[in-house]
Ligand binder design. Sequence first.
Ligand code: R5P
Length: 293
Amino acid sequence: MLLAFADERALALKLAAELRCELAMVVEHRFPDGEIKLTLPPSLPGHVLLLRGLQQPNERLVQLLLTAKTARRLGAKRLTLASPYLAYMRQDIEFNPGEAISQRIVAGFLGELFERVVTIDPHLHRIASLDEVMPGSRGIALAAAPLLGEWIASQWPAGKGPLLVGPDEEAEQWVRAAGEATGLAGVVCRKTRHGDREVDVELPPIDLMGREVVLIDDVASTGHTLVQAAQALRARGVAAIDAAVVHALFDAPAVERLHAAGIRRIWSTDAVPHASNVVTVAPLLARAIADCD
Ligand code: R5P
């Protein structure tokens, strides 16, 4: 049985169809003081799959705690979490003394609640695999960047694809994966972050005059990383800029900000529900979940 929440129903329906399994919804009631009450189907099979992405993570981590503990009480012996977006992965070291290393704490918490956690392109920068923070092969990291790459390539005539540009060094892995799937060439920029909304992006020293480019990244949130990259690209005389991200975490003004910076089209996967979704991750998730059965 697949359990899901109402705001992820679209992906849940696709996933249940791929897995040919029953879909049931977790019903949420919010009390006036902000507490939540969750209601699950009263009787559960031995293996339950829960779909819950961790955008707006603080709220959803509590939902996961309540759902997993309740599912066990109601009969689930094995719990798999499909969390297309895994939050807190960027805080992977103590940048300043005393800071929580959230990546380890959150991954450890999920590893205690679920036998398996299946996710897509988690932001693993200073660690090589999820195993380092979720031991025992509990975490499975899937790659959607090749799917995004194929979408990008399909928007141009064969052999005339754009240049892929990663806005920072960490994006090298997604540029490479999309490039390997499609043959599209790619480069990465260097980013310096000064604050939540202040970044500088430096392009590599190559001739970009008249080129069509697609910025590709795992996550966009405020959009400032893509905006700075787009501004630098325009200054180099590119002909057109589009952007593709796996996880469209965009805050409300971000899309407007991107278009104002000269980004023509914005594409994303449905790992996070957003108006820019063009690629579904349901078959990718379904294959991995079926394989670990
Ligand atoms: C960080 O390195 C990520 O890959 C993204 O580049 C970053 O999270 C984007 O954030 P924002 O859209 O707020 O600049």
